[in-house]
Each structure stands twice: as structure tokens, then as C-alpha cells.
Design a protein around this ligand. Structure first.
Ligand SMILES: [Zn+2]
Length: 245
């Protein structure tokens, strides 16, 4: 079957003498892997050099019994040049790719995740506060992939949490100050941080961009979100150590 879609390059590696295998997150078919035959020999064969985080229009033959399909056309649509000019932005884009690649299963379409990637890449070239963008990305990615932490109320007694509380990685959510718990994965979380996560879950990307994050909220988000992602994915996200420094 011949399929046509658009997709963002997550990663690629050289294959045999002249080809390359690339993984895309596509708008219509989710994460797909395909071979671009002869791309390293004939540079004009494809209208794209499949750079990481570039957006491309692609046409491919879908093989039923293989997870690697044959890409017949690939044309560059957006190179995101403004991101590539800046090291910090570029590292954040690589973090996005690794996060999506580790979280999303093969060939499982997800409109929310695709739009989130496009929003993130579009904003990354303009927004000065890269850390804020990374946090909104992490919160929304957890929500869309079904890994959302439970922060609506205390996970033990169901009381609403308005001020200081604890966050348990093990339990995947909030524990109020009254509830006793022995858990080595517990950390302090303030009301403002909880409210920020809820806001980012419930509001569209454009509205989230208007958030101003205090240094305390940023510090807590960084610690909690990074650890929560690693804990629940069971995998380290290598590029995480390069962003938010
Ligand atoms: Zn409680």
C-alpha cells in the first residue's frame, strides 16, 4: 500500500553502502521507520537530507510483514533554521526527539503528540525561556501518553492540596502533609508547582506560553518531571542532562 503523510525526523542511521534508515513521527501513522535507498550516493534523489527534527513530506510503500518500509519520496518542508543557530535550542529539540521516540510505540497515530511536537518546534525558534517550553512539553507528553502523575488531590486521603505537599515517584502522585508515608522517592512540592502542572495539562499550547515560572517552580518542575519520566519509562533519557542547565 502506498501512503502519503508528513513527518518529523526522530533519528537515522546509515544502512548498507548507499542507503539510510530513518525513523519519523508522522501526522497520520505515528512513528514509522523506513529505508531511503541510494540517498548517500545520489544526493538529488530525495528533496531532503533527512536532518534530525526537520519536517518532511513523505510517500512510502507500507510493507505488511516488516517494520521497515520503503520511502520513495521525501521532501523537506521545514528545516527549523532558528533552532539550529542556537545550541540550547538545538539540545532541547534533540530532547523532544528522544522523548517521543522512547515513549511512543511504533505505528500508533497520535494527533495530540504530533501537534505538540509542531508547537514545541515552532515556539523553540522564538521563545527565550527554553526551560519553560521543555516543562510544558514534559507535562503534556505525560498526559497524552497516559503516564500523567496524579496531582488532583492527595493519593492517600483524597484531600485537596493547596499549599505544600509531597510528591511520590513510587505512587505517581501527591501526598498531603498530614498523611504519613515512608517512601524514598518522595520530594517536596509547592502549591504553585501543582497549579502550574494542572494549568499546562488543561490549556492549549498558546495559552501555556503566557505562563511565567518562578525560579522555585522551575526547580521543582525540573526535579519532579525529570525523575518521574525516568522512573515510569524505566529508561534514562540521555539528552535530558544537556537541557535545563
Ligand atoms: Zn493525605
Amino acid at each position: 500500500m502506498i501512503l502519503k503523510t508528513e513527518g518529523i525526523v526522530l533519528k537515522h542511521f546509515d544502512f548498507r553502502e548507499t542507503s539510510r534508515i530513518a525513523t519519523f513521527f508522522t501526522k497520520d501513522y505515528g512513528k514509522i521507520k523506513g529505508v531511503l535507498k541510494g540517498i548517500r550516493k545520489d544526493h538529488k534523489k530525495f528533496g531532503s537530507s533527512i536532518d534530525k527534527f526537520s519536517l518532511n513530506d513523505i510517500v512510502y510503500y507500507q510493507y505488511r510483514n516488516s517494520e521497515i518500509h520503503l520511502i520513495s519520496q521525501c521532501d523537506l518542508r521545514n528545516f527549523f533554521f532558528d533552532i539550529r543557530k542556537d545550541l540550547k535550542r538545538s539540545l532541547a529539540a534533540h530532547y523532544l526527539l528522544e522523548l517521543v521516540d522512547k515513549i511512543m510505540p511504533q505505528e500508533d497515530p497520535n494527533d495530540d503528540v504530533y501537534s505538540l511536537m509542531m508547537d514545541f518546534l515552532s515556539s523553540l525558534g522564538e521563545e527565550a525561556d527554553t526551560d519553560k517550553l521543555v516543562h510544558i512539553l514534559q507535562i503534556k507528553m505525560l498526559l497524552y501518553s497516559g503516564f500523567r502523575p496524579y496531582i488532583d488531590s492527595c493519593i492517600k486521603c483524597n484531600a485537596k492540596v493547596k499549599t505544600r505537599a509531597k510528591f511520590s515517584n513510587n505512587l505517581g502522585g501527591l501526598v498531603c502533609e498530614k498523611c504519613k508515608i515512608s517512601d524514598e522517592t518522595i520530594t517536596v512540592i509547592n502549591g504553585g508547582t501543582v497549579a502550574t502542572i494542572l494549568f499546562a495539562e488543561q490549556n492549549p499550547w498558546e495559552k501555556c506560553l503566557r505562563l511565567t515560572l518562578s525560579p522555585l517552580i522551575k526547580k521543582e518542575l525540573k526535579y519532579i518531571l525529570n525523575n518521574f519520566l525516568v522512573f515510569h519509562l524505566g529508561k534514562k533519557i540521555q539528552s535530558a542532562k544537556f537541557v535545563q542547565q
